[in-house]
Design a protein around this ligand. Structure first.
Ligand SMILES: NC(=O)c1ccc[n+]([C@@H]2O[C@H](COP(=O)([O-])OP(=O)(O)OC[C@H]3O[C@@H](n4cnc5c(N)ncnc54)[C@H](OP(=O)(O)O)[C@@H]3O)[C@@H](O)[C@H]2O)c1
Length: 303
């Protein structure tokens, strides 16, 4: 059954995850991260009940303030946050910092943001990301499992994990990740990974779900948008819901936030046409000139 925008999916731990989140990545420049408070608040007022943040985005504080200002009860908002790839050797302290930043005493979903542990050699730019071999992500997961056991996270999961790395993780994991948040849009449909995750009870969550202007400007998307009298972004998000994928779009504009939860019901034919656009193309996190994504090769990532 296709998801409706107001639906929630059920994670393996039994908790419900609203199928549309508003993201909260913001650049580190100027006041952008502080301003995330205002647009997270408009998202909550527009009806979003799932906010996706990460300690690495520097917006946990803004998200926490927005939730408080919204007047919603803590349990009415599903909060996802993530362990930074620089904190793999410091999981408990980093998690406690996230709780403090958010001003809450539990999170709904805590994700291992990346499989690789890195240190920056200089400024925090991709070319300065240096991978460190210990602890391994399986060892990091062991620490994240403790957070779940202590009930400080209602569910735990991973992000940017391939089948290859999930296979390694599952060899020693006591708790199967409840979710895997990955780049997923019509140009990168991730069908094999989706199938694998389904077989393990792992819910796939799509980040960069629009595929940005590359996918929004695709003529097939434009045509379907015209037929439904909606925007290309709404068509793309409608496609995700038709495929029962939890999505994390991000908008800081209240009109576009409303659009992103007001989605067309696509026909089977529309969905097939969009399925056919898949070309395995990464648009958000693609390798740099040396073939690395944050210090790891495509082979190490299993991408
Ligand atoms: N786990 C990870 O490694 C990872 C990586 C990347 C992202 N994420 C998460 O996923 C979230 C979303 O990722 P994303 O920002 O790449 O998502 P996205 O929704 O695919 O793209 C956001 C961009 O699309 C624009 N936009 C949003 N709604 C629109 C609409 N209806 N029409 C036209 N343009 C629209 C936004 O501009 P406006 O804001 O001006 O509307 C923004 O420039 C992030 O905020 C973060 O929480 C996770």
């Amino acid at each position: 059954m296709p998801f409706k925008p107001t639906d929630s999916a059920t994670l393996s731990t039994g908790i419900k995850i609203p199928v549309i989140a508003n993201g909260s990545w913001a650049p580190s420049t100027g006041n952008a991260r502080a301003e995330a408070k205002d647009w997270t608040l408009t998202a909550l007022k527009a009806g979003y009940r799932h906010i996706d943040t990460a300690q690495g985005y520097g917006t946990e504080n803004s998200v926490g303030l927005a939730i408080k200002e919204s007047g919603l009860k803590r349990e009415e908002v599903f909060i996802t946050t993530k362990l930074p790839f620089t904190d793999h050797d410091n999981v408990q302290q980093s998690f406690n910092e996230s709780l403090e930043n958010l001003g809450v005493d539990y999170v709904d979903l805590y994700l291992l943001h990346w499989p690789q542990f890195i240190r920056f050699d200089g400024t925090e730019s991709r070319e300065n990301a240096k991978a460190i071999s210990s602890p391994t992500f399986s060892e990091v997961w062991f620490e994240i499992e403790k957070i779940f056991e202590q009930k400080k996270a209602k569910a735990i999961g991973v992000s940017n994990f391939s089948i290859k790395n999930l296979e390694i993780l599952l060899k020693s994991a006591k708790v199967v990740p409840a979710a895997n948040q990955v780049e997923l849009h019509p140009y990168l449909a991730q069908n094999e990974l989706r199938e694998y995750c389904r077989s393990k009870g792992i819910v796939v969550v799509a980040y960069a779900p629009s595929g940005y202007s590359q996918v929004r400007n695709d003529p097939v998307i434009g045509q379907i948008a015209q037929e439904h009298n909606v925007t290309p972004n709404q068509v793309i998000l409608g496609w995700h819901l038709a495929r029962e994928t939890v999505v994390v779009p991000k908008s800081q504009d209240v009109r576009r936030q409303r659009d992103n939860i007001t989605l067309p019901v696509l026909s089977e034919d529309d969905v097939k046409k969009i399925d056919a656009l898949d070309r395995g193309e990464r648009i958000c996190n693609k390798p740099d000139e040396s073939g690395l994504v944050w210090g790891w090769s495509m082979e190490q990532l299993g991408w």
